[in-house]
Design a protein around this ligand. Structure first.
Ligand code: CS2
Ligand code: MG
Length: 414
């Protein structure tokens, strides 16, 4: 039986794609894809501190092969950019692919008149549980900041505090929405790290938070790759009585097997994955159930199309999602992530740091915070746009992520 082709199946030919680099508070790279029917989509392509590499990868190598293709063919275009490039994986390539993929899902949603979560399989929950960042110069300050997040309605809070004697320890910087890692300096800032001081300090921080705020609030902590596996095991054990929701990036995870050792020693839940860009980075971690939460995100792990594959693998092993959502991921990534989170069956939690007001103005969006949850709107696509003329008012401003050194000068994991 044949009949007229439904409007939503008519090919949407890509006639233009361009990269927009802007710095409304911090640097963001956005890909905008336009079709011959006037429908357009946008995708986040921001790789903090390496922004221009992705911009060039897109402009020089991806945009030329997109023109003339049917924007509806998301899977085929994904495979074309991944397999077709021969050089697979890596943060630059996968961020570029993610930007295309996110923009194409946005276009498909707009063409169908449906919000993205509907295309993925519909709503699995009413709201997306998020955690905010309580950073403090010392324990007292962090305890106070946790209180402010509770008052604002957060049900889950990540707590970090300065470590006595360790100047510039990770995660302790300026307030909400501000840039807290990159600096305007020509060379990266050199920060100090002392594992013994940190290991003495961290359990005291969580003891003080539980005493002040009770048992109900969910607490998270980011170790930011700073420990060896046996040190991570020790910290996990020491934190067990404070019942963390998770301990994040306890040790670098290039060697996935390292987590076997941590896992043997502690029941503190483990989260990993913000710097992963492919399912192969987390295969062992997931299949051996060495982690509880996988933190890969839309922008750095190949877009919705690839993130879905990672989440499905994780689901087989009761590993839940917990996507990265720091302010260096643009509102475009956040919007797409929230649609994903609204659908994904094995959802865990979503990281959320409010963006600076000027960022929100450049990227108008329809998601909103309510009572500890983020909620997506029903705008077709992912619900985030870019104000291109406003974006031009904030030119690119090169910034550097810091590095860390031990007290004797040895370069360490940041
Ligand atoms: C962090 C990030 O949010 C997190 O968990 O680890 O802030 C990370 O340092 C930045 O996103 C790096 O770009
Ligand atoms: Mg982290």
């Amino acid at each position: 039986m044949t009949g007229p082709t439904p409007a939503s199946c008519i090919p949407l030919i890509i006639r233009d794609a361009r990269v927009i680099v802007t710095c409304p508070g911090r640097n963001f790279v956005t890909l905008k894809i336009e079709t011959d029917q006037g429908v357009y989509g946008i995708g986040d392509a921001t790789l903090n501190g390496r922004e221009l590499s992705v911009a060039s990868y897109l402009t020089d190598h991806v945009v030329p092969v997109l023109i003339g293709r049917d924007a509806h063919r998301i899977e085929d275009i994904w495979q074309y950019l991944y397999r077709g490039a021969y050089w697979r994986r890596g943060p630059v390539t996968m961020t570029a692919i993610a930007a295309v993929d996110t923009a194409l899902w946005d276009i498909k949603g707009k063409a169908a008149g449906l919000p993205l979560y509907q295309l993925l399989g519909g709503r699995s929950r009413e709201g997306v549980l998020v955690y905010g960042h309580a950073n403090g110069a010392d324990i007292e300050h962090t305890v106070e900041t946790v209180g402010r997040y509770r008052e604002a309605g957060y049900r889950a809070i990540r707590a970090q505090s300065g470590v006595p004697g360790v100047k510039g320890a990770y995660g302790v910087g300026s307030g909400a929405g501000k840039i807290y890692e990159p600096a305007d300096t020509a060379l990266p800032q050199e920060t100090l790290w002392s594992t013994p001081a940190y290991l003495r300090h961290a359990p005291k921080l969580f003891e003080a938070i539980r005493v002040a705020h009770g048992e109900e609030i969910e607490l998270l902590h980011d170790v930011h790759h700073r420990l060896t596996p046996i040190e991570a095991a020790r910290l996990g054990k020491a934190l067990e009585e404070y019942r963390l929701f998770w301990m994040e990036d306890a040790t670098p995870a290039e060697n996935q097997e390292a987590f076997r050792l941590i896992r043997q020693h502690t029941t503190t839940p483990l989260a990993v994955g913000e710097i992963f860009n492919s399912i192969h980075d987390c295969r062992t971690l997931i299949q051996e159930q060495l982690i509880d939460f996988i933190r890969t995100t839309v922008v750095h792990a190949g877009g919705i199309t690839h993130l879905r594959r990672i989440a499905d693998l994780a689901g087989l092993y009761q590993v839940r999602t917990g996507s990265h959502g720091a302010t260096d991921l643009s509102p475009v990534c956040m919007g797409a992530a929230l649609h994903f989170d609204t659908w994904v069956p094995n959802f865990g939690i979503q990281e959320y740091m409010a963006h600076a007001p000027e960022t929100d103005e450049v990227f108008p969006h329809d998601y909103r915070f309510e009572d500890g949850y983020l909620k997506v709107g029903d705008t077709p696509g992912h619900g985030v746009d870019i104000d291109e003329s406003l974006a031009t008012k904030y030119p690119y401003n090169p910034k550097q992520l810091p590095v860390a050194r031990l007290e004797d000068g040895t370069l360490w994991n940041w």
